[in-house]
Structures are given as structure tokens and as C-alpha cells.
Design a protein around this ligand. Structure first.
Ligand code: ADP
Length: 495
């Protein structure tokens, strides 16, 4: 409890005593006067001496004593309350003193001349001096030489504002260290509001400050790195945009070249086709003349005719590819019976190539497909030609037709050297031919499968292959059934 708390209690006691000081004598005088008056006019005539004596004893003996008893009781109660409050205040002061003495912060009491009056355990730990060595010394003792000006400034602040809080500074310890401290100074006043000194509370924040400095340094490094990375990103973004522009330009150039190439190929192929047909017709005519040709001449003409046929096939293939790539392949989509086509083609191939056995395997009664009949014949021709070229004489080449989940599956299977897994991924690429390990020379340009897959896909179908090396190869193509074809595939143009 503070002095200010105690003051109202003392005042109250003082006031009670002062009231009693007047009330008691006045009360007794008033009571006696009333009795004397009443006794003189009424009691003396009406009551006998014994009765009056009784009343007087009651008034003079009892009244005074009773009032004195009540007054003393009141004073005693007030004193007891006062004692209880004093005791509580002492306990609180004790606790406060214990807290102050053992606080981790340095708590120092200074008089008006800034001389140290008291010095707690926290101050001993911070500065390295015992209280006995330091009491009476100047507070300046702990201010580093370069901060001497600070003291007078702080004193001025203290006088003006009564308190200085959170002042971060340094102080000098016994062993010459200068820890960073958080200083709070408070002006102390007595009951009469007279300044009797000041307190200084110092908290060692050296470590906290060092941590904060480290965090600031890390932040700075981080910001530098982020800025650096941002710059690098911006740079690489710029580079990427440049590359993208270059790629776009190159792409546009390539597209232009591609168009030029397609136009050129188409032109050349067209220009080649007419003379080829003419030369072929002439050769056929010459060969038809059986009488005038010697055996050697006939052999040479037949060779020339074969080579011409190959050239014509290549020109046809290239023309096909350029049409497909230009999206100019017109499809005549229709519903037709593919089983008849399969059977016819197998018979034709069997007729031309007696070394293999061609078998048409039609599974059940098959519905019609939705496709371009001529293009399907072209695809089948490519697959049968490959089966013929890449399988061994004496083996079987089987063409199977069956329906599977609303699709017509056509399978061309042969027993040849097969295709390895790596090549299987690439045989549908334009001009791709596998390296053959055997000595057999097969004629081709790597266009047949490329043209076939493009045509099948344009008709809304799929084409793929499976192979077991050294055993067999199977090409599959799936076509939509008539009535199940999608609108896109029935539009009629291959893109
Ligand atoms: P090519 O005119 O060379 O036959 P294709 O596009 O028809 O061109 O075939 C590409 C390549 O796929 C061929 O060179 C061949 O190596 C391989 N190939 C195609 N069909 C078969 C098959 N039935 N058996 C083994 N290899 C095949």
C-alpha cells in the first residue's frame, strides 16, 4: 500500500476522533441540563427522593460511561482496521522489494544528484560490482566516454516528462565490456510531490540486438538474392522471348518452304507423270511386237519397263503425300462390303505371287463399313505388298476381317523377319525404312505406311502394327461401321 492510499484512512480516524471530542461533552451537558430542568419543575414534586436518586445514578453514571464505551469501541475498531491495512501494505512492500532485489533487470535508485542509493542483484550481474562497492557512486561511472553527453540529455527529458522509456544505449561494465541496454528512467516523488530522486531500470539486450542484426543482415542478403534472381529471370525471359520470336520466324520460314516444296513436288510429279505414261505406253507397244525383237532386246525392254513402273509408283506416292499434306485428298465416303474387297484382293495377289499362300479369313456375316473404297484398296495394297516383300516365300499371308465394338478390324499378318520395338514406333514416319540385317534387297521408299495411316485416319479409323521379331508381323486397321461413323469422318475431306 502506498502513502497516498494510507492518507485517507488516517484522515478518517482523525475526523472520527475530532467529532467525538465535541459530541461527547456536548451530549453529556445537554443530557444533564435536560434532566436538571425536568427534575426542578416536575420530578421533585412528584417522585420521592429514592426514585430521583435512581434516575440521577442512571443519568450521571450510566449515560457518560455508555457514551464513553461506544466512543472508545469505535476508535478501537478504526485502529484495528488501520493496523490491518498497514500490515497488508508491509507485506506488499516486502514482495515488491524481493521482486526488485532479485529481478534479472538492473534496478538502481538514484538521489537528486544522480548518486546511487540502491543496487539490486540484476545490477550486480550486469555491471559486475557489489552493492556495497557502488552505493554513493555517480551514475555517470557506467556511461562510456563517447556517450557522456547522453546523460545530461536524459536528465533534461526526465525532468520535463517524468519518465524516459525504451532508450537503447550502451553502458560500461567492470570488465570493460559495453553491453547494449534498454534503459527506463522514472522520476520519484514523496507524499508532498517533492522529487526525491529517480530510478533507472536497465535490461541487457545485447543478444537480442545481435539476433536482430543477424536477422536484418539475412533479410538484406535475401533481398539481394531475390533481386539478383529477379534480374536473372527477367534476363532469361527476355532471352526466351527472343528465342521464341526466332523460332516463330523459323517456323514461318519453314511453313513457307514447305508450301513451296509441296507446290514444287506436285508440279514436278505432274510434269513427270505424262512423259512416264507415254514412255510406258511406247515400251508396252514395243514389247507387244514379238517377231522383230531379239531375246536380248526383249530382256532390256522388260527391265526398262520394270524400272519405269517403279518410277511411276514413286511419283504416285509423292503426289499422294503432297496432296495429303496440303489437305487436298478428296474422299468418296460410302457404305460398302469390305469382305468382297478382301476376298478379291487375296485372289489377285495369289495369282500374281504363287510363292506365298494368301488366305482371306472372314469372321461371320460382316456389316458394311463407312469409308472410301478406292483408298481402302490402296491401304490394303500397301500392306499386302509389304507382307509380300518382307516375308519368306512358302509362308502364309492372312487377311482377316471381323467386327469389334462397332468397328471393322482388318488384320494383315505375315511370317517374316518382323520389326523390332524401336522401329515399330517409326515405320509410319515419312520416308522411314528399317535397316535390314539380312541380305535381301527390297525395293521401297518408306512412303507406303505413311500414306496408309494418313488415309485411314482421314476416314475416322486407326492403323497400328504388332510384331514378333523373327516370327511374324501383323498390321491392323480399324474402320467405322456404316451407321456408326462420326459426322467428322463422313464429311469427305482428308485433312
Ligand atoms: P517401304 O516402301 O520401304 O516398304 P513402307 O512405309 O511401306 O515403306 O514401310 C516402311 C518400313 O517398314 C519398311 O521399310 C520396312 O522396313 C518396314 N515394314 C513394313 N511392313 C513390314 C512387314 N510386313 N514386315 C517387316 N517390316 C515391314
Amino acid at each position: 500500500m502506498t502513502n497516498q492510499d494510507r492518507r485517507p484512512d488516517e484522515a478518517r480516524l482523525d475526523q472520527t476522533l475530532r467529532r467525538l471530542q465535541y459530541i461527547l461533552p456536548l451530549g453529556i451537558v445537554a443530557a444533564v441540563s435536560v434532566y436538571a430542568f425536568v427534575s426542578m419543575f416536575f420530578l421533585q414534586t412528584r417522585l420521592d427522593a429514592w426514585a430521583r436518586l435512581g434516575i440521577e445514578i442512571l443519568i450521571f453514571g450510566g449515560l457518560g460511561a455508555g457514551i464513553a464505551w461506544f466512543a472508545l469501541r469505535r476508535v478501537r475498531q478504526d485502529l484495528a482496521a488501520q493496523r490491518e491495512r498497514d500490515r497488508a501494505a508491509r507485506v506488499q512492500e516486502h514482495i515488491l522489494a524481493a521482486i526488485t532485489a532479485n529481478s534479472g533487470d538492473a534496478i538502481i535508485l538514484l538521489d537528486n544528484d544522480n548518486k546511487i542509493q540502491s543496487w539490486n542483484r540484476g545490477a550486480e550481474l550486469l555491471f559486475g560490482y557489489h552493492a556495497a562497492e557502488i552505493v554513493g557512486k555517480d551514475f555517470e561511472t557506467f556511461v562510456p566516454p563517447d556517450l557522456q553527453d547522453e546523460l545530461s540529455y536524459l536528465d533534461r527529458q526526465l525532468q520535463e516528462q517524468g519518465v524516459v522509456r525504451g532508450w537503447i544505449t550502451r553502458r560500461l561494465t567492470r570488465d570493460g565490456n559495453q553491453p547494449t541496454v534498454d534503459l527506463t528512467r522514472t522520476l520519484l516523488r514523496d507524499d508532498q510531490n517533492q522529487v526525491i530522486g529517480s530510478s533507472a531500470i536497465l535490461r541487457d539486450i545485447t543478444e537480442r540486438e545481435a539476433n536482430a542484426r543477424r536477422v536484418r543482415e539475412l533479410n538484406r542478403q535475401l533481398e539481394t538474392q531475390v533481386a539478383q534472381r529477379t534480374r536473372e529471370l527477367a534476363e532469361s525471359n527476355k532471352e526466351l522471348r527472343k528465342r521464341q520470336r526466332e523460332l516463330e520466324d523459323a517456323n514461318a520460314e519453314l511453313q513457307e518452304l514447305d508450301t513451296l516444296k509441296s507446290e514444287f513436288v506436285s508440279l514436278v510429279s505432274h510434269e513427270l507423270r505424262a512423259p512416264l505414261t507415254n514412255v510406258s505406253g511406247s515400251l508396252e507397244l514395243l514389247l507387244a511386237d514379238t517377231d522383230s525383237l531379239t531375246a536380248h532386246q526383249r530382256e532390256l525392254l522388260t527391265l526398262a519397263n520394270d524400272q519405269l513402273a517403279r518410277l511411276a509408283r514413286l511419283v504416285r506416292g509423292i503426289l499422294n503425300v503432297s496432296r495429303i499434306e496440303a489437305g487436298q485428298t478428296l474422299l468418296q465416303m460410302q457404305a460398302f462390303d469390305i469382305t468382297a474387297l478382301v476376298e478379291r484382293m487375296c485372289s489377285q495377289w495369289q495369282f500374281c505371287d504363287p510363292d506365298h499362300t494368301y488366305r482371306a479369313d472372314i469372321v461371320g456375316n460382316l456389316p458394311s463399313v463407312w469409308a472410301d473404297r478406292d483408298r481402302i484398296e490402296e491401304v490394303l495394297t500397301n500392306l499386302l505388298e509389304n507382307a509380300f516383300k518382307y516375308s519368306d516365300p512358302g509362308t502364309e499371308i492372312r487377311v482377316r476381317a471381323e467386327t469389334r465394338e462397332n468397328e471393322m478390324w482388318i488384320t494383315v499378318n505375315d511370317h517374316g523377319k518382323g520389326i523390332d520395338a524401336q522401329d515399330l514406333q517409326r515405320i509410319f514416319d515419312k520416308f522411314y525404312r528399317t535397316e535390314r540385317g539380312d541380305a535381301r534387297q527390297t525395293y521401297g521408299h518408306g512412303l507406303g505406311l505413311y500414306i496408309s495411316i494418313k488415309l485411314v485416319e482421314a476416314m475416322g479409323g486407326r492403323l497400328w502394327a504388332e510384331s514378333e521379331q523373327g516370327a511374324e508381323t501383323t498390321f491392323y486397321f480399324a474402320l467405322p461401321l456404316a451407321g456408326h461413323a462420326s459426322i467428322a469422318s463422313s464429311s469427305g475431306a482428308a485433312n
